[in-house]
Design a binder for this molecule. Structure first.
Ligand code: 4AD
Ligand code: MG
Length: 446
């Protein structure tokens, strides 16, 4: 009996008869030959049936196969450099038998072009297509590599709650839920809990779903996304940037090493990824504003010029981030943002309290902010004052203030948006393809 294998193992079975369990991805037929592309979740392989060699029964079975029918197929593995559509490349299967488990009729996603809304309505099926397969595999490697990188460096994974009694980041985009008659909120960040965990375990991280009720319809915003948040005792802003650039450069090189076939499916410009090496560029907010203002002066297109307008003190919009990022071939850190545009917990710069010890990392090619972080205020009096000035109820944050009362130390941390990172590394136009089931404005189905 032929050994049951996965397509990912096919290279070790050249010349052998094997059995694959999967689905029909695509089928074409000429007068003499069936070409059936099979997928099994681990790869794709071109199946070939040369009609003069096939029994009548097998011809009938192959004739009846439709897109996405579930099949068990048996055949002899051949190495053929021309089998370029197979993943891994260069292998095909000479079909000897087919068992049909279920015939799919009228599968809605056909090889022709479909509109994005249609594809998003059929996301549960769209995930089977080659491009989505490539993205989700790269996403899994990014997650795996990030976690390993931190685990190997003494960071402890400590999970933070999703249901929270207060805002973690700001009050404008909270999702409120009814917690047995009391309001509660879906987590905007694990950071505040991370700070408590950091005081208990030194170097920690959390990695979980994060919720922002962003009433904006940009390609960079999701209502539900995944954020990786490391928090480190005795860490300065400069050391935080060192950690981020090492980690991100490592992740990009891991994807390049492991996912050449997927990157080829995505038609990703590899030279842009190969350029991602530490150190990254580091510029202050002051300098970034000067550079954007110069870009504004030089811009001749009136529409683009409008978006580039900026004054010192303004937060960056997407166009500003893109303009700054375009000045570098690798990610760029922008540090010391105005205190007024950032969260309440950020440490002011000594002698210049109008700016804070914050840092955002902007990805190249217009992907915008992929990480945001800062040194945290560790002095209890200053934190008290901040909480009051921001109109936050000190009682609700009493536990957070405890962290400054009992053995407070300087510390820093950041949050990395997983989908922004996936979109950038995969070269996607929109974050909706970077997560299996996107929650965006006007969409929570399927
Ligand atoms: O800059 P943010 O809001 O930072 C925080 O929440 C900090 N408390 C993190 C920390 O220091 N521990 O979010 C961090 C990152 C952003 O840089 C971005 O990559 C991503 O999370 N992000 C989003 N991704 C998708 N959709 C959204 N609506 C996002 N909002 C933030
Ligand atoms: Mg931010």
């Amino acid at each position: 009996m032929a050994a049951a294998i996965t397509i990912s193992q096919i290279a070790q079975h050249v010349g052998e008869e094997v059995t694959l369990r999967g689905w029909v991805y695509d089928k074409t037929e000429t007068k003499k030959v069936f070409f059936v592309m099979f997928r099994d979740g681990t790869g794709l392989v071109q199946g070939v049936g040369f009609k003069p060699d096939l029994s009548e029964a097998l011809i009938a079975q192959l004739t009846a196969l439709t897109q996405e029918s579930a099949v068990v197929v048996t055949g002899v593995v051949q190495a053929n450099p021309k089998a370029e559509k197979s993943v891994p490349h260069g292998y095909e299967l000479t079909i000897t038998a087919v068992e049909v488990l279920q015939v799919a009729s009228d599968y809605p996603i056909t090889p022709k072009e479909h509109g994005t809304d249609f594809l998003m309505d059929n996301r549960h099926l769209w995930l089977r297509s080659k491009r989505q397969w490539a993205i989700m595999r790269i996403r899994a490697t990014i997650v795996h590599t990030l976690r390993n990188w931190l685990d190997d460096r003494g960071f402890l994974l400590v999970d933070t709650p999703i249901i929270t009694p207060t805002a973690g980041e700001n009050t404008t985009n909270l999702f409120e839920i009814d917690y047995f008659g009391e309001p509660a909120y879906l987590a905007q960040t694990g950071q505040l809990y991370n700070e408590a965990n950091m005081m208990a375990f030194g170097k920690v991280y959390c990695f979980g779903p994060t919720f922002r009720a962003e009433k904006s319809k940009t390609r960079r915003h999701l209502m539900e996304f995944w954020m990786l948040e490391p928090e480190i005792a005795h860490c300065t802003l400069e050391e935080l940037m060192d950690i981020e650039e090492q980690m991100i450069a490592h992740v990009v090189s891991a994807v390049l090493e492991k996912h050449q076939p997927e990157l080829a499916i995505l038609e990703r410009d590899l030279s842009r990824l190969e350029a991602i090496k530490a150190p990254f560029a580091r510029i202050s907010y002051d300098e970034a504003v000067k550079r954007i203002q110069a870009a504004y002066e030089a811009e001749t297109d009136p529409e683009r010029k409008e978006f580039l307008k900026i004054e010192w003190g303004d937060d960056f919009g997407g166009a500003h981030e893109t303009a700054v990022a375009e000045m570098f071939d690798r990610p760029v850190f922008v540090y010391h943002y105005p205190t007024a545009v950032k969260a309440f917990y950020m440490q002011p710069v000594e002698g210049r309290p109008e700016v804070c010890r914050s840092v955002d990392l902007l990805a190249p090619e217009g992907y915008g902010e992929v990480t945001g972080g800062s040194e945290r205020i560790f002095d209890v009096a200053l934190m008290d004052e901040r909480v009051k000035n921001f109109g936050i109820d000190p009682n609700a944050y009493s536990w957070y203030l405890d962290l400054r009362r009992f053995g407070s130390v300087p510390h820093a941390g950041f949050g990395l948006g997983l989908e922004r990172t996936v979109a950038w590394i995969c070269g996607l136009d929109h974050l909706r393809e970077a997560i299996p089931y996107a929650r965006i404005l006007n969409r929570k189905y399927p």
